[in-house]
Design a protein around this ligand. Structure first.
Ligand code: MN
Length: 355
């Protein structure tokens, strides 16, 4: 069954309603189209509404969709409204967590008597469970990221800046077949490692530094996400101590992944290990998140999430300890939930690498 058909079935959508999709990741998921505009979906219509710049691209990327271009007389909202009216729709479901209030008003004006209603994240619920082709893309994204890690460990030398390391890493991802990076690559050395989302700067790495690299390849529209902290020369006793605690937490949580597990219970395993070691207050973020077309998807590993893991979910496991003024450690794998447990798509070792 097509993804669009599965969406409409999941919503029990009848003949008298339609769906408007504006989020780029949802547009891509349902149609393969990566340009601007929106999707209009009903039981009888699969349409892309866009502008002149993207008409040919939309036709190429989304063969099953009709493509409609705006003009001076017809806006996106008016074309969408006309398509829905032609199909006899009385209601239109839209992404109320994405469209601005102003845009929603514009759509309501164009739709007239057709009532707008929340899409309630039905697309995102479908996207939680990755199908075989999605898993293939994520596996390749993670494979490329793993190979790039082996490369970067061989080229980092004292005196290189974080920015230089980031450039080498990003370039390598693309040399290996990635279309880009999943997100802005993090390289944090020495004391900068205590910032979980540090921006790479001009600090030169030096002997004794631990260096945290958090990055991922983008492949066919799918994200990899991995983090390793390595040591340039011999690490201090303190950094070695927190490395081993984070490693233990990462391994325990990854081992615990399985269908039926509640997200906050997995998170709690990491919080117990790091807390018992005396570093609870230095682990202030969630254990992980789902990943796919977007780098951060639902569900999340945090203290609140009661969602249950299912086969086909892809989750990161990324505990960390961050000591201000000293440094930080984070170890992250991207893992797919299988029928019986889980498997990491990132293949490089988690044990400390000293270069
Ligand atoms: Mn992550």
């Amino acid at each position: 069954m097509s993804r669009v058909a599965r969406l409409l079935d999941r919503m029990s959508l009848g003949d008298n309603a339609g769906v408007l999709i504006h989020k780029p990741s949802n547009i891509f998921y349902f149609s393969g189209y990566t340009g601007e505009g929106l999707l209009v979906l009903t039981r009888s219509t699969k349409a892309i509404v866009t502008d002149f710049r993207y008409v040919e691209q939309a036709q190429q990327q989304a063969p099953g969709f009709s493509v409609h271009s705006i003009s001076n007389d017809l806006s996106h909202a008016q074309i969408a409204a006309n398509l829905l009216k032609d199909d006899g729709a009385a209601r239109a479901f839209y992404e109320d967590d994405y469209l601005t209030v102003r845009d929603a008003r514009k759509y309501q004006e164009a739709l007239g008597k057709i009532a707008l209603a929340s899409l309630e994240n039905h697309p995102e619920w479908l996207r939680r469970t990755k199908d075989e082709s999605e898993l293939k893309n994520m596996e390749e994204a993670c494979r490329i990221s793993s190979v790039a890690f082996d490369y970067i460990c061989g080229v980092i030398k004292p005196g290189m800046t974080e920015i230089e390391i980031r450039r080498l890493l990003d370039n390598r991802l693309m040399d290996l077949g990635a279309s880009g990076s999943s997100f802005s690559t993090i390289v944090a050395s020495g004391p900068n490692g205590s910032l979980p989302h540090a921006i790479p700067g001009n600090r030169k790495v030096q002997a004794g530094d631990m260096i945290t690299m958090d990055y991922g390849a983008l492949f066919n529209g799918y994200c990899a996400d991995m983090t390793r902290t390595i040591s340039l020369g011999k690490p201090s006793d303190k950094m070695l101590e927190i490395y081993n605690i984070v490693l233990e937490a990462q391994m325990a949580c990854q081992d615990a992944l399985a269908p039926g597990k509640v997200c906050r219970d997995v998170d709690a395993i990491s919080r117990k290990i790091i807390g018992d070691a005396g570093y609870g207050e230095y682990f202030g973020h969630g254990l992980g998140h789902s990943v796919g077309i977007d780098i951060h998807e639902e569900p999340r590993f945090n203290t609140k999430c009661t969602d249950v893991l299912e086969p086909g979910y892809v989750m990161t496991v990324e505990p960390g300890i961050y000591l201000p003024g000293i440094g930080g450690v984070r170890i992250e794998n991207t893992c797919v939930i299988t029928q019986t447990g889980a498997r990491s798509l990132v293949t490089v070792p988690r044990e400390l690498i000293v270069i």
